[in-house]
Design a protein around this ligand. Sequence first.
Ligand SMILES: *[C@@H]1O[C@H](CO)[C@@H](O)[C@H](O)[C@H]1NC(C)=O
Ligand SMILES: *[C@@H]1O[C@H](CO)[C@@H](O)[C@H](O)[C@H]1NC(C)=O
Ligand SMILES: *[C@@H]1O[C@H](CO)[C@@H](O)[C@H](O)[C@H]1NC(C)=O
Ligand SMILES: *[C@@H]1O[C@H](CO)[C@@H](O)[C@H](O)[C@H]1NC(C)=O
Ligand SMILES: *[C@@H]1O[C@H](CO)[C@@H](O)[C@H](O)[C@H]1NC(C)=O
Ligand SMILES: *[C@@H]1O[C@H](CO)[C@@H](O)[C@H](O)[C@H]1NC(C)=O
Ligand SMILES: *[C@@H]1O[C@H](CO)[C@@H](O)[C@H](O)[C@H]1NC(C)=O
Ligand SMILES: CC(=O)N[C@H]1CO[C@H](CO)[C@@H](O)[C@@H]1O
Ligand SMILES: [Ca+2]
Ligand SMILES: [Ca+2]
Length: 557
Amino acid sequence: MHHSNKIIKVLFVLSSLATLTLADWFDNGNFYQIYPRSFKDSDGDGIGDLKGIKSKLQYVKYLGIDGVWLSPIMKSPMYDFGYDISDYRDIHSEYGTLSDFDDIVAECKRIGLHLILDFVPNHSSHEHEWFKKSERNESGFEDFYIWRNPKIDEVSNTPVPPTNWLSVFRYSAWRWSEIRQQMYYHLFQDKQPDLNYRNPQVVTEMKAILTYWLEKGVSGFRIDSIPSLFEKVEADGSFLDEPRSYNTDCDAHDHCYLKNIYTEDQPETYDMVYQWRKLVDDYSKVNNVERKILMVESAAPIDLNMKYYGNSTMEGAHFPFNFDLLLKLTKNSSATDYKIMIEEWLNKMPKGHMANWVLGNHDRSRIATRLGVEKGDLFNILLQTLPGAAITYQGEELVMENVPISWEDTIDPLACNSPKEELDIRSRDPVRTPFPWDDTKNAGFSTGNKTWLPVGEKYKTVNVKAQEEAINSHLKIFRKLTKIRKEARFKNGTYDGHILNNGNIYSYKRQNGNEFAIIILNFGTTDEIVNLSEIYSNITSHLKVYTSSLESGFKDG
Ligand SMILES: *[C@@H]1O[C@H](CO)[C@@H](O)[C@H](O)[C@H]1NC(C)=O
Ligand SMILES: *[C@@H]1O[C@H](CO)[C@@H](O)[C@H](O)[C@H]1NC(C)=O
Ligand SMILES: *[C@@H]1O[C@H](CO)[C@@H](O)[C@H](O)[C@H]1NC(C)=O
Ligand SMILES: *[C@@H]1O[C@H](CO)[C@@H](O)[C@H](O)[C@H]1NC(C)=O
Ligand SMILES: *[C@@H]1O[C@H](CO)[C@@H](O)[C@H](O)[C@H]1NC(C)=O
Ligand SMILES: *[C@@H]1O[C@H](CO)[C@@H](O)[C@H](O)[C@H]1NC(C)=O
Ligand SMILES: *[C@@H]1O[C@H](CO)[C@@H](O)[C@H](O)[C@H]1NC(C)=O
Ligand SMILES: CC(=O)N[C@H]1CO[C@H](CO)[C@@H](O)[C@@H]1O
Ligand SMILES: [Ca+2]
Ligand SMILES: [Ca+2]
């Protein structure tokens, strides 16, 4: 194979009809994350909603997605845009009603999509009735949250928090309640008090909530912030201070200033996940319905993450999110860095389980902004052709970029709690802006005069309609990928990875029986001529380009 182009990122595939294997609907599934506030506004108030989502499910189906997961839609005062739930059994009013939700479930069934809900178990909103009751010491609710008396500081003789624990949103993770005359622990904002999973009533309530949504017809859950579920309690009921991390990226108010040995990754957390897995499996068995999926959000080190898959006696989550592509790689990462990172997960994962790859989410800079717009297709090719589940955040199929938001317009609580100079690295607003449907007013997202976050300026060219109409586009490449991905060579084919061309090219072969595909990814900045015979035996001249990135200059076919 001889080709010389500016940046070559190509997918070669032998053409042949492939057989489909029957298994659970979510095996090596293709998942799409909708951020409900920003997907589609149906009533012109500038905020996305359930009716809007319903009107666009056909688009998600057209993308070739199996399961769509919605960031939280439950009742919330929206201090963390839904990750602060005040009623786990109701829908947030700006988004719609339970009846709108039923409509979405029905529409998903009709068109063959699986609906997954974001479940936020670590904390509720401070406006949840449980918290109000707990704050008043109401019988049965005293221990729903994590209450402690302050310590008396020996030097100043004033009350101080019981431990040095820090919030993810910066500063102490303890807050004084005038009503209760005690302090409560909140890993996130003070408006997001942590629930106490050492109270069996809390465990029972949360299980009942999972069942409630299963009965409404959801196909599973994506569970938020799982490693922080339990805190380590000493025999006398006290908590200990966490040691310093000496991470130079973190100032004394940052969560990462401490090594979170007492507030993350406690053994009881894995057990809780195994219990939830049993709950969803039992539900399917008893009701004789399709299997439900459980995916957990954890940015824990890989060896700890693997424990979420289960142990030799208990099944755990179907997978813990793999954030390596999001967290470990920079513009400088080489093809070898990618190969090592990918194979580490494949090799460490317990046998018989599903790998997964997350390219983006509502918390992290978009991949195009982080790693380069010109590599957008390359990452979608990577995501869609690796073994395991693929998880796409809305807009990545269009290779959207972050939308800059000024300090004055910033509303993300994390950014608002941080120094102004750090806006660019902290703020999550730029990845949460409205989705661009077309080049009309507000990118077709809303007919209103104002949207909750501004629409990015690039929408005139980067939008669904333009990319559907173009002869070739990021969106069209994405669709070709999701289509071929359903074939056996991708669904459960073997993986054989190589580095070539002085570390610029990462290539792998996916094979099932006689059917195979070769993926060639150029992480370098120059043209490369690739000799596939050097690494793959039996390569003949009958290869055909299935799809390639826009920049490569290749024509498919
Ligand atoms: C609530 O109970 C805690 C623990 O027993 C106690 O320290 C606190 O003073 C009580 N608060 C009120 C308002 O009764
Ligand atoms: C697997 O996890 C369960 C629940 O946490 C625990 O009871 C059991 O001992 C574990 N089994 C092994 C082999 O570690
Ligand atoms: C990439 O490498 C350049 C040159 O060595 C360096 O200045 C830059 O900080 C690196 N960027 C990242 C994100 O590591
Ligand atoms: C939008 O602005 C126009 C012009 O100022 C005004 O006529 C219209 O009522 C506004 N619409 C809404 C929904 O506020
Ligand atoms: C793929 O799945 C089919 C059906 O389950 C199985 O027969 C085959 O061995 C699998 N192939 C690979 C490479 O795992
Ligand atoms: C490609 O590699 C094969 C195997 O190493 C070698 O025989 C062949 O000459 C190479 N082709 C070119 C054009 O370099
Ligand atoms: C290469 O092709 C030959 C002849 O078709 C076949 O016997 C052999 O198994 C193939 N080797 C590999 C590694 O696929
Ligand atoms: C990636 C992700 O899900 N992030 C969420 C983790 O949980 C906190 C609190 O619930 C949210 O603020 C993040 O958006
Ligand atoms: Ca709306
Ligand atoms: Ca917790």
